[in-house]
Structures are given as structure tokens and as C-alpha cells.
Design a binder for this molecule. Structure first.
Ligand SMILES: Nc1ncnc2c1ncn2[C@@H]1O[C@H](COP(=O)(O)OP(=O)(O)OP(=O)(O)O)[C@@H](O)[C@H]1O
Ligand SMILES: [Mg+2]
Length: 590
């Protein structure tokens, strides 16, 4: 309570009054005391011991003491003698009292008497002493005969000071009373609006935005109240905007077809939208992250997700009751500080998967069905060609038919290969030596390179490379495709280099050429099926645009990667990275 503004103001007022009264009182008392002393001195010097009186005193010095007494008695009125003041005749030799109208026989020892004994006028006023006196030496023949001594007990002064002190005390009491009264009024004036502001702030904190605090005066507090009202209005608007925004987000989340789930760092549920509930058959409460992932057999943990790099996502496919769901995991990062949790977006890809499956099935069926008629076309064409006359139009037409049949056969073969890879059927793994395989591929294709006058070279930088566990025929197919691409897309007199190396647990085959290169814009799509940079040119070269797509599928089916670096006119470098098996020397000859 003593900390309240009211008490502070009150205390300040009281201190102010007390200090003002103290200063005024002390000043008044000192001034009055000074005036009284000064007045005594003035009266002694100018009124009592005036020239005419001192002359008479000096004249009476030679006479008897009786003469002096009579003289003094006549001057009593002028000397201002009253109940507090008295006069004495002292001996000029030892200060003894010779005559005292009040009958005293001795006077209090005084510095002024000593001064007078030495022949000077003793007029010093000691403010601290209880007596005020004046000693006048009366000389005769250069010797102090008598001392006229006047002394004042100061009781009159004390009486006056006491009266003034009492007045000051009453003034102080009245001042204190007024201070309390005015202080209370002032503090009430200040604290009343502050208290109503406080009440309003409490209401705001509790979410009650209604009402407005009245601005009564245009002083600082009035301005504060005005600012507070503005702030409350702004706050209300901002909260309203946030609520509206939240509402929008919530509506979007509620009605969106994709599932969205958010989890806190400890795995507890932050939010789950209805689509996610439906997709994963979750109850109203949801399920903690780890338990949910275990139930869905998804191999991700909260810890790995929280330490994902910025803007990175983890993608997983969940199969649940004949449903295929693609899940994207990302961390929730606030503006500052570590991730606050993770978010999971779920996409129902069942329909897409079904369409993909039927597309694959269709391609597989069509390519399979096309094989027999194509073989027939080719064999009948060849038979006819044998009997056609050399250089005749029939022979030419039949040759085109046979070439096209060959191309279609290759296409059908590639398509079949792709659909088999899609079904994951064709990979039959066994350990084999990758450098040896690469070298044999280089040898096989060297004839083709020679035809183009190209230099096809091979380096084995990892002679001790352990065996690679994989499908030798399929890897060979990949190498043939990559190396023949390099030969195909490198002009005459160019160079193609194949290098075999190993790094940690990976075998690396790099095929580099000095050919026409691939424009950077085409690089991201180069592994797509049927994607060719220059369609006319590739077709002329007998390409179908499936080679790299097949290579990628095969390498990835082995747990490896394939990357390509190129630029228009800068040559191309393709890298195949495969995990090393390390199966021992006995398998090296396989
Ligand atoms: N070494 C290379 N230099 C320049 N371009 C290349 C190279 N390798 C591939 N390409 C480009 O990439 C495209 C796709 O290659 P891909 O091997 O998939 O198809 P293709 O060689 O045309 O046909 P296929 O290999 O099916 O007979 C090619 O058409 C060609 O434009
Ligand atoms: Mg190719």
C-alpha cells in the first residue's frame, strides 16, 4: 500500500510542508534573535551612551560615587531599564559591584567587563550566552575609575522566540493537515484515471475488448488514456485479423483433399486435419508421432526430421488397406531458434498408382503383342528382299521396311525392359568385377569408335576394387548405352574415355566425351523417357530416347546413382556410382 502513488504523493507533500516550516521557522527565529541583539547594541551605543551622557559621566568621574549614582538614576528611563535589564556601577580596578539598584552584590563574569577594565568599551554581544551586556569605563586621569555596566537577561527575547515557535508549530500542524487534504485530492485526481486504465487493461487481458476509457482532461494522463484507447482498438483489429487469417487457414486445412498433420518436438499432436484423419483412420485425438510411424511402418524418426536441412523434405510412400499414400515430411521452423516441430503432408496416390499400373500393364501388353508381328514383318521383308533385283525400287522399299522393323523391335524391347524394371522383375544380383566388365564393353564398342575415327580409351584406377553385387547383364546394358551415346554424339576424330575408380563404399565409372554436349536447359529432363535433345538427329541415329531412362532405372534398382554433367559444345561426362559388394577374391572371375 505504501508503494502506491497516493502514498508517495502524500509523503512528498508532508515532507515538503515540514521542510518549508523548518526552513521558515529557523530563519524567523535566527532573524528575530539577531534583530534583538542588534537593537540592544544600537540602543547602548546611540541612545544610552550618547555624547552628552558620556561627557557627563566623565565629568562625574572625579566626584564621589554618590554623584555617579544620582546621574545614572536620572538616566534610567533613557537606558530602557525594565524587568529584564539592570545597571550597575563596578569598580574600575577589580570589577567589584559598587552600586546595584536591584541589590545584587556580584555580576556574572563577563568578557565585556574585562574589556572595560582595560579601558575599552565592552560592547561584544555573545549570541549563545544567556546574558547580553555593555560595559562602559569611566576614566579619571587616564585610569578607569568606574565601570558602568548594563546587563540584560534575554528573557524577553526567549519569551518572544517561544511565542513564535508556538506559532510555527501551529502553522506546521495546519500545514500538515492541508498537505494531507490537498495531497489526497491530488493523488485521487492522478490515480483515479490510472486505476480505471488498470481495470481496462485487465479486461483486455481477459479478452474483453468492449468499452472505451473516458478521457476527462487533456493532460498527460488524458493523453495516456487516449493512446491506450488507440492501442486497444489496434489490438482488437489485429486480433480480429489474426483470427480471420487463422480461420481461413483452418477452413483451407479442413476442406483440402490432402492430409496435413503437425507435431510438436516431443511427438505430441499439434494439428491434424480431417483429410489426414480419414486417410490414416485416426480418431479425434490423433496419435503421437512415433507410435503413428510405427503403426504405418514408416522408417522416419522425429530426431532425424528435426535436423533436416532448411527447405528439405523427406518423402515416403505408405501403403495402408489397399491405399497408397505419399507422405512429405518437413520441419516447422519459427523465425528464430530451433525447429518447433514437424509437418507432414499426405497425398492419396491410390488412383494415380492404379493408373500407372494400368499404363505399365498396357505398355507391357502392347509391346509383348507387337513382338511377333514385328518379327514376321522383318522375316517376310528379308525373304522378299533376297528375291528382289539389286538396285530396284522394290529392294529399296523393302530395305526401309526392314530398317523400320528393326527400329520398332528395339523400341519394343526397350519398352518391355522398362516395364519389367517397373515391376522390379529383371534384376538378378550376383557379384562381378566392374573394371573387367567396363573393359570388355570398351573393347566391344571400339570397332564402332574406329569407324568414326574416334579415340576410345579405358583406365582402371582401382585395380583392387572389390566385387560389385548386381545384375551383370543389366549393368553391361547401362555401360553399352552410355558409351554408345558418347560415341554417337561425338563427331569424327573426337575422344571418348572410360574410367573406373573406387571411393569408400562406391565404385565410380565415368564416361567422358568431347562431343556436342547437352544444353543446360535440357539436363534436368535428360533421364525422362523418350526425351531427346535434338529429336531429328537422334532419330536419324536410330535412338528411341529410352536409353538413359533405362540406365537410370537399372542403376537405381542397384541402390546406385547416375549423374550427368554437360554443356552445349563442351562434351559430356556421365558418372555411374554403384555400391561395392566386397565379396572376396573367389568371385572375381564370375
Ligand atoms: N554423350 C552425349 N552427348 C550428347 N548428347 C547426349 C549424350 N548422351 C545422351 N545425349 C542426349 O540425350 C538424349 C537421350 O539419350 P538416350 O540414350 O536416352 O536416347 P538415345 O541415345 O537418343 O536413344 P537410345 O539410347 O534409346 O537408342 C539423346 O537423344 C541425346 O540428345
Ligand atoms: Mg542412347
Amino acid at each position: 500500500m505504501l508503494k502506491s502513488i497516493q502514498w508517495k504523493i502524500l509523503t512528498l507533500f508532508l515532507l515538503l510542508v515540514v521542510s518549508v516550516m523548518l526552513v521558515v521557522g529557523t530563519f524567523l527565529l535566527i532573524s528575530i534573535s539577531k534583530y534583538y541583539h542588534d537593537e540592544f547594541c544600537t540602543q547602548m551605543e546611540t541612545v544610552v551612551f550618547s555624547r552628552d551622557f558620556t561627557d557627563q559621566l566623565q565629568a562625574a568621574a572625579g566626584e564621589t560615587q554618590g554623584e555617579l549614582e544620582t546621574l545614572l538614576d536620572t538616566y534610567v528611563g533613557r537606558m530602557g531599564i525594565d524587568s529584564y535589564r539592570n545597571y550597575y556601577i563596578l569598580s574600575g580596578t577589580d570589577g567589584r559591584v559598587l552600586y546595584a539598584p536591584d541589590g545584587s552584590t556580584a555580576v556574572a563574569p563577563s568578557e565585556n567587563v574585562l574589556t572595560a577594565l582595560s579601558g575599552e568599551v565592552g560592547s561584544r554581544v555573545d549570541r549563545r550566552s544567556s546574558v547580553m551586556d555593555y560595559a562602559y569605563p569611566v576614566e579619571d586621569g587616564g585610569r578607569t575609575q568606574y565601570i558602568i555596566y548594563i546587563s540584560d537577561t534575554k528573557e524577553e527575547l526567549y519569551g518572544i522566540l517561544e511565542n513564535i515557535f508556538t506559532i510555527i508549530l501551529w502553522g506546521l500542524l495546519l500545514g500538515l493537515f492541508l498537505a494531507v487534504f490537498l495531497g489526497l485530492i491530488l493523488s485521487r485526481m492522478i490515480t483515479a484515471p490510472l486505476l480505471s486504465l488498470k481495470k481496462r487493461a485487465e479486461k483486455l487481458a481477459a479478452g474483453d475488448f468492449d468499452g472505451k476509457t473516458e478521457v476527462k482532461h487533456n493532460d498527460e494522463i488524458g493523453q495516456l488514456t487516449g493512446s491506450f484507447n488507440t492501442m486497444a482498438a489496434e489490438l482488437r483489429k489485429t486480433l480480429f485479423d489474426i483470427a480471420a487469417e487463422k480461420n481461413k487457414v483452418e477452413t483451407v486445412l479442413t476442406y483440402m483433399a490432402d492430409g496435413v498433420m503437425a507435431f510438436y518436438r516431443d511427438g505430441s499432436v499439434m494439428h491434424i486435419n480431417p483429410a489426414a484423419r480419414r486417410l490414416l483412420s485416426l480418431g479425434e485425438e490423433g496419435e503421437p508421432f512415433d507410435r503413428l510411424m510405427e503403426r504405418l511402418s514408416v522408417g522416419v524418426s522425429m530426431n532425424t526430421l528435426l535436423y533436416l536441412e532448411e527447405n528439405n523434405t523427406v518423402e515416403k510412400t505408405i501403403t495402408l488397406d489397399n491405399m497408397h499414400i505419399r507422405a512429405y515430411f518437413a520441419k516447422l521452423t519459427p523465425e528464430k531458434g530451433p525447429a518447433s516441430g514437424i509437418v507432414v503432408v499426405l497425398q492419396d496416390i491410390t488412383e494415380q498408382q492404379r493408373l500407372d499400373d494400368s499404363r505399365r500393364e498396357f505398355v507391357a501388353n502392347v509391346s509383348h503383342e507387337l513382338r511377333t508381328p514385328l518379327t514376321n514383318v522383318k522375316s517376310y521383308g528379308e525373304t522378299l528382299m533376297e528375291s528382289a533385283a539389286e538396285g530396284s525400287m522394290e529392294k529399296n522399299f523393302l530395305s526401309v521396311i526392314c530398317d523400320e522393323a528393326d527400329r520398332m523391335t528395339r523400341l519394343v524391347r526397350d519398352l518391355l525392359m522398362l516395364s519389367q524394371l517397373d515391376y522390379g522383375h529383371v534384376i538378378k544380383k550376383m557379384p562381378f568385377s566392374l573394371p573387367k566388365l567396363s573393359e570388355s564393353v570398351v573393347k566391344r564398342l571400339s570397332l564402332e569408335a574406329e569407324k568414326n575415327n574416334q579415340q576410345l580409351t579405358f583406365t582402371n584406377k582401382a585395380p583392387d576394387m572389390p566385387l560389385v553385387n548386381g545384375d551383370k547383364d543389366r549393368i553391361e546394358q547401362v555401360l553399352v548405352n552410355i558409351v554408345s551415346n558418347a560415341i554417337k554424339y561425338t563427331p569424327k576424330n573426337g575422344m571418348v574415355h572410360v574410367e573406373c575408380a573406387a571411393r569408400l563404399t562406391e565404385a565410380i565409372i565415368t564416361v567422358t566425351d568431347t562431343g556436342i554436349g547437352i544444353p543446360e536447359a535440357d539436363l534436368p529432363r535428360i533421364f525422362e523417357r523418350f526425351y531427346r535433345v535434338d529429336k531429328a538427329r537422334s532419330r536419324k541415329m536410330g535412338g528411341t530416347g529410352l536409353g538413359l531412362a533405362i540406365a537410370k532405372e537399372i542403376v537405381e534398382a542397384h541402390g546406385g546413382r547416375i549423374t550427368i554433367k554437360s554443356g552445349k559444345g563442351k562434351g559430356t561426362s556421365v558418372r555411374i556410382l554403384l555400391p561395392i559388394y566386397g565379396g572376396g577374391e573367389e568371385a572375381a572371375e564370375l
